[in-house]
Design a protein around this ligand. Structure first.
Ligand SMILES: Nc1ncnc2c1ncn2[C@@H]1O[C@H](COP(=O)(O)OP(=O)(O)OP(=O)(O)O)[C@@H](O)[C@H]1O
Ligand SMILES: [Mg+2]
Length: 497
């Protein structure tokens, strides 16, 4: 019996003469999780957008339940039960969870929207998928992770046969990933086919029945669960092996001066945060999601007001009331939420990269465009950023390549202290190791780094010390020699000590 629900044959797609998918043929079976992996810009999102009628292929066919289909638009695919949860969220933040889930198909009583009925239906969904949320909570009060779950729920609450999840776990904690995987298992049991995209290979290996590797717009191969392993996938994805090395001991010079001293930071969410940072040091901030790591970064950067805070830079007390003040004092911050605080999608890659370093590149009060352009172009190769021209709009880049451009922005800025908040979110495994080398280069130049990361592998590879946060406080600062993953988790979780 043929179990295929949807298949692609000989699909080609180019954007402005740049081929993105070349002769791609792939089929997806009923009730299976079929993952697609590949480097940033390999064509994963494009492929799935074609499957869901969001964009149209230049040539090739799509066959759904045995019939060739020529999608005119997304609604046509949705009507057949083909749905996609995008890399970026599309929720109305001022509406409640229930209103978001039923958006465009509101339940009505006469002419009026029946909120009560929608809340009840929504609660039934929460019960079915074991979710601890309230239907009437406004979406703006949710964490990014909860918003992600609502977005998924919005799709599964409707007729669904094929569900595409494009990097659904970038903002989820490990507990929430477990919840999502339970949801996926339930959907699978109902016969739904899931197409799953992620850069997190451990998740891919855990959840997939099949794994297809996409490289520069070509399918390299499809592996079964039994055939697949981490090394094999990496080799197929990027054509070389990647080795991770754990840092055994601190590499900070013994007499390195303290460049940043943060004292008694206090806010609604943070309690008595004090720590210092030495020149040439990478100080990690580990902890569960919501433990307050981003709040610490935003307070130092002047993005949020805090009740009490004393900051000394190079031994002198400084006042930071806004990000502008922080940047003037040589402190820069790469936000974890690039869509909200960083990207100008409508502008060129060039503008996005140089926007924060204009004052470093003026000659006789004029912007030195040529020098800036050269500097910005340099990162195309160094970070392996895929774009046709540096003057292309940011919105035409793949998710991971946008993130690399934001990293390039801060590398272009001649700052002393870099705060990187989840810098490799959505970045493929090959590019990750390139970003790690860049971070190491920065400290060799005498810069200092605060690295917030949920990936313990990233922390143990790069950091000299690790501040572990728990419920708004620093529960322990560990030297890297004692910062095993187990030890970090011990201080991150209450009652685990
Ligand atoms: N609307 C567009 N206009 C021009 N180029 C585009 C457009 N959409 C995608 N591209 C290009 O197509 C290529 C593939 O992009 P796609 O988003 O499919 O990659 P991806 O595999 O999903 O990468 P990531 O892991 O970074 O999300 C990229 O080089 C991207 O710049
Ligand atoms: Mg993508």
């Amino acid at each position: 019996m043929n179990d295929t629900i949807i298949s692609l044959s000989h699909i080609n797609k180019s954007f402005h003469q740049n081929p993105v998918l070349t002769d791609v043929s792939l089929s997806f079976d009923k009730g299976e999780v079929h993952s697609i992996v590949g480097e940033n810009g390999a064509g994963k999102s494009t492929l799935t957008k074609i499957l869901c009628g969001v964009i149209k292929q230049d040539s090739g066919t799509i066959c759904f339940e045995g019939e060739n289909i020529d999608f005119k638009n997304v609604s046509q695919a949705q009507a057949l039960g083909i749905r996609m949860v995008y890399q970026e969220l599309f929720l109305m933040k001022d509406l409640t969870i229930a209103q978001n889930i039923f958006i465009g198909r509101e339940i009505k009583k006469g002419f009026f929207i029946d909120d009560e009925a929608m809340n009840q239906k929504c609660q039934e969904l929460f019960d079915e998928y074991d979710m601890d949320l309230k239907p009437y909570t406004p979406v703006k009060e949710l964490s990014i992770a909860q918003m992600q779950m609502v977005e998924i729920l919005k799709n599964v609450s409707q007729e669904v046969k094929v569900l595409v999840l494009d990097e659904p776990t970038t903002a989820l904690s490990s507990k929430e990933v477990d919840d999502l995987f339970l949801m996926i298992e339930k959907l699978k049991a109902k016969g739904v086919s899931l197409i799953y995209i992620s850069h997190k290979l451990d998740e891919i290996l855990r959840i997939s029945d099949k794994i297809s590797v996409l490289r520069d717009g070509n399918i390299v191969d499809t592996l079964s669960k039994e055939e697949a392993n981490r090394a094999k996938i990496i080799q197929m994805m990027i054509g070389r092996a990647i080795t991770w090395t754990v840092k055994e001991k601190s590499e900070v010079k013994e007499n390195a001066p303290i460049v940043l001293n943060v004292k008694k930071m206090e806010s609604r969410k943070l309690h008595k945060i004090s720590f210092d940072l030495k020149q040439g040091e990478i100080l990690g901030f580990a902890g569960l999601m919501g433990s307050g790591r981003t709040e610490v970064a935003r307070a130092i950067f002047g993005a949020d007001r805090v009740r009490a805070l004393e900051i000394e830079k190079d031994g002198k007390v400084i006042d930071i009331h806004s990000p502008k003040d922080a940047i003037e004092h040589g402190i820069c911050y790469l936000s974890e939420d690039r869509k909200q605080f960083g990207l100008f999608l409508d502008h060129s890659i060039y503008a996005n990269e140089v926007i924060s370093s204009l004052d470093n590149n003026t000659k006789f009060m004029l912007l030195d465009d040529k020098v800036m352009m050269e500097k910005a172009e340099k990162y195309k190769d160094e970070l392996n950023i895929k774009y046709p021209s540096i003057l292309s709009k940011m919105e035409s880049l793949s998710g991971g390549n946008q993130q690399k451009c934001i990293i390039a922005r801060w590398l272009l800025k001649d700052a002393d202290i870099f705060i990187f908040d989840e810098p490799t979110k959505g970045i493929d495994i090959g590019a990750k190791s390139e970003i790690y080398s860049k971070i190491k280069e920065l400290v060799q130049l005498g810069k200092s780094i605060i690295l917030i990361s949920s990936e313990l592998e990233e922390i143990t590879q790069l950091c000299d010390r690790v501040a572990v946060m728990r419920e708004g406080s620093i529960s322990k600062i560990l030297d890297i020699s004692e910062a095993s993953q187990e030890n970090i988790m011990k201080y991150a979780v209450r009652n685990a000590q």
